[in-house]
Design a protein. Structure first.
Ligand SMILES: CCCCCCCCCCCC(=O)SCCNC(=O)CCNC(=O)[C@H](O)C(C)(C)COP(=O)(O)OP(=O)(O)OC[C@H]1O[C@@H](n2cnc3c(N)ncnc32)[C@H](O)[C@@H]1OP(=O)(O)O
Length: 184
């Protein structure tokens, strides 16, 4: 993965163990919001990622490229592929049971991805330092051990729940997502 210093964990940064109450190894990870473009089941043209954590620390997911995701004819749009990386990385940092948002996302595109392809995604954390989480993901064509089409490195920043209240609709998230205390 080609990455900048901004998405490279500083020396000593390590991923913490998932906290008590985090999804157990093998657990399916539901959507955090029905209208989310990445994972929402109610989004008409979204990515509809289905995800699980095989080990409680990383995330695996699948995304089948549809007609609504084209850039060039019959090929996935690069921005859509970046969105898939952003989503699966977001799911992986969410295993730590704290709210984070994407600060920076770097993407390497290695192969074209035709419409109809199922991308097998995997994301993991390389380290956390203060509010900064350093994460990585890859998307493989057709199978978990298929050829790598996309790689991404990201810096996510921990925020308070007020971030969503101030800038978005916290109540809408809270209505679907009960494992965060909205008013602790
Ligand atoms: C119920 C749950 C729902 C969970 C919902 C889950 C949704 C998952 C969806 C997928 C994820 C997304 O797409 S999230 C949506 C896309 N992202 C966003 O909308 C974020 C927009 N940006 C922001 O709101 C802000 O810029 C923040 C929160 C990222 C940072 O603002 P801040 O809180 O004021 O903090 P700030 O002091 O600026 O930065 C803290 C540290 O991070 C560094 N930093 C900040 N941004 C960057 C950056 N782009 N590149 C490098 N470094 C950065 C700073 O230098 C600083 O380092 P130092 O000085 O400490 O060393």
């Amino acid at each position: 993965m080609t990455r900048s210093s901004l998405t490279t964990p500083p020396p000593g940064a390590a991923a913490p163990a998932p906290p008590p109450g985090a999804p157990l190894p093998g657990a399916a990870l539901g959507s955090h919001y029905g209208h989310c473009f990445g994972c929402g089941t109610e989004h008409p043209t979204g990515l509809h990622l289905t995800a699980r954590t095989p080990d409680g620390a990383t995330v695996e997911a699948e995304f089948t490229v549809g007609e609504a995701h084209q850039g060039a004819p019959k090929l996935a749009h690069g921005g859509v592929l970046a969105a898939a990386m952003d989503e699966v990385i977001g799911m992986s940092v969410y295993l730590f049971h704290k709210p984070y948002v994407t600060g920076r996302l770097e993407t390497d595109y290695l192969l074209p991805v035709p419409v109809g392809t199922t991308l097998h995604l995997r994301a993991w954390c390389n380290g956390i330092s203060g509010r900064k989480a350093y994460l990585e993901a890859e998307g493989r064509i057709g199978a978990p051990d298929g050829p790598v089409a996309v790689r991404a490195a990201a810096l996510f920043i921990e925020v308070s729940m007020e971030h969503f209240a101030e800038h978005g609709d916290l109540a809408a998230i809270a209505a679907e997502h009960q494992d965060f205390e909205v008013n602790p």
